[in-house]
Design a protein around this ligand. Sequence first.
Ligand SMILES: [Zn+2]
Length: 280
Amino acid sequence: VIIDCHTHLNRYGPDEPSTLAERYARLRAEMDAEGVRHAVVLTSYKVNADRPSTDEVLRMVSADPRMHVVAGVNVQQLETELPGLRALLRAGRIRGLKLYPGYQPFQVHDARLDPLYETAAEFAVPVMIHTGDTYDPGTRVKHAHPLEVDEVAVRHRDVTFVLCHLGNPWFLDAAEVIYKNRNVMGDVSGLTLGEFLPRFERFALTKVNEVLAFVNDPAKLMFGTDWPITSLGSYLRFVRRLDATEEEMEGLLWGNAARLFGLDVEGEGGSRRDGADAAG
Ligand SMILES: [Zn+2]
């Protein structure tokens, strides 16, 4: 079983299909080609022609037992968005929340976000946080530094936070926040654009290997790609080259995501609880 815990169905460029249905079909085709059983789709903090809303994505994928949705949050409109998010959580339709500091100018430990974190605790879902480089020079990357998450992880011990992209390029800062806080995990997604080129792949392998060694906990890291920003096949080859123990690789490729998102990895007939048990 392989779970990609970090994908998007947004359109990032003119070469990508213009409809959500085509992009979804393309993701499913790549999943099948690469043997990826489940994918978690993260929606954006903004909605436009290229960024479908959480409701649109749910309508497209919710009949598919292999697809799961995490809702992007527009922090600038938190008060208006929160009731809708709570309704989706209550109905069990979304598996978590995603914040985009850096892309949006806010600090993750701003007290105005406390109602959101309290909601995550109430419904026992993780909060995924963009950390590190933004592919947009107009943003303020300081808001996306992984060290900023430490403050909120300490304040909200009952919420599990995911440092997306391991704080790239602040890998060791991310490693420390993951190591220190039992309620912080990391995903290895989005470290490159498209396919890995040899020189950057060597760099990224060194950095993620350092995180693995420092964190030294098979329950903390998850495989994610940031598809369609990266290629699924290239990303899987990258991850399989990591210097991970067998237990770490199992946790990375599926076990940790299955447990965190409550996914039924056994297939037909199981419940969410069965999936969690299967993941240990
Ligand atoms: Zn992403």
